[in-house]
Design a protein around this ligand. Sequence first.
Ligand code: ATP
Length: 340
Amino acid sequence: MHRVTLLPGDGIGPEITAATIVVLEAAGVELQWERFEAVGLAGMERYGRPLPEAVLDSIRMNRVALKGPITTPVGKGFRSVNVSLRQKLDLFANVRPCRKLPGLRTPFEDVDLVIFRENTEGLYSGIETYDERLEIADSTARITRRGSQRILRFAFEWARVNGRRHVTAVHKANVVKMSTGLFLKEAIAMASAYPDLDFDHRIVDNMAMQLVQRPAEYDCIVTTNLFGDILSDLCAGLVGGLGVVPGANIGDSVAVFEAVHGSAPDIAGQGTANPTALIRTAAMMLRHLGERTAAETIEAALRQAYVEGCWLTPDVGGSSTTMDFAHRLAERVASKQGEA
Ligand code: ATP
C-alpha cells in the first residue's frame, strides 16, 4: 500500500484527476490517497491562504504527491501555488519527457526528448519589487552555483542511468552574462565528469529554432527555470500538444508528479480535456514507487489506444469525453493486468 497526497487542482484538474484514478484502479496498485481540494483560489476562500501548511506537511510525510494544475491569477493576487510548492519542498528538478505516441499525427515522427528544467530559482525566484515613485518593476533572475550544479548533475545522472547519449545545456550567456553565464560555466564543468555522454550547448533562441526544424537531433536538454518552462511547451507542441506530455518535480526527499499543462480554463467543465498527460504522469509516479509492471501496462495500453486512434479526446483529433477515454483505457489496462 502506497500513501500518496492527491491535489486534484482546479480548471480541468478535477476532471483529469478523476479519469486518472479510474485508470490507476484498473492497474491494481494499492494506493491510499490523502486528498486536498482547497488549494489555490479554493484555499484562499476557505482558509485565507492558497497553499495551506497541511498540504506541505502531507507531502513531506508521504514523500509522493500526484497533482493537477492550479490556476495562478495573472499579474496580481497570490503567488503561483505551483511555483511555491516547488520552492518550499525544494523540488529542484522538473523532468518533462516529450515522446511522441505512435499513431498521433505530428510534423515529426521520431521526437524523443527529455527536458530538465531547474525548478526553484532563475526568473521564478520570487524576488520582485515595484517602485511606485519611479514606476520601475524589477524581477531578479537569481541563479546559484549550487542550484546549477544539482540540476546539471541530476540531468547527467538521469541520462546515464536511462541509456541516453547526448545532453544539451541551454542558456543565454551571450547577453545575460552573469546568471546564465554561471549556469553555462557549471554545465561545461559538469560535462567533463561524464565523458561517456556527448555534450553541447545552445543559446536559447537558436535552440527554439533548432527544435522546430530538427527535433530528432536532440536527446536530453537541461536549462534554467524560464527557458525550461517555454521550451517544454514548445516540445509538447512537437509531440501532440499539452494534453499528452507528463512531468515530475523531484527533490532529495520528496517528489510531486504533475503534467506540463496548466488548468486550461478555456475547456474546463466541458468534460473534454485530455487526461493522457496526467495518466502518463501517474505512470512516472508508479515507476518512482517501484511499481514498474503497472506503469508499463498503463503505457502499453495508452500506446495501443493511440495506434487504434479510437475514443480519443478532441485535442488529438477524436470526439470522446474525458471519462469515456478513461473507462475504455481502464478496460484495456485491466485486461492486460489479467493476462500478466
Ligand atoms: P500555465 O501557464 O498555467 O502552465 P499553460 O501555458 O501550460 O498554463 P494551459 O492552461 O495548459 O496553458 O493551456 C494552453 C492550451 O492548451 C489551452 O488552449 C488548453 O485548452 C490546451 N490544453 C492544455 N491542457 C490540455 C488538456 N489536458 N487537454 C486538452 N487541451 C489542453
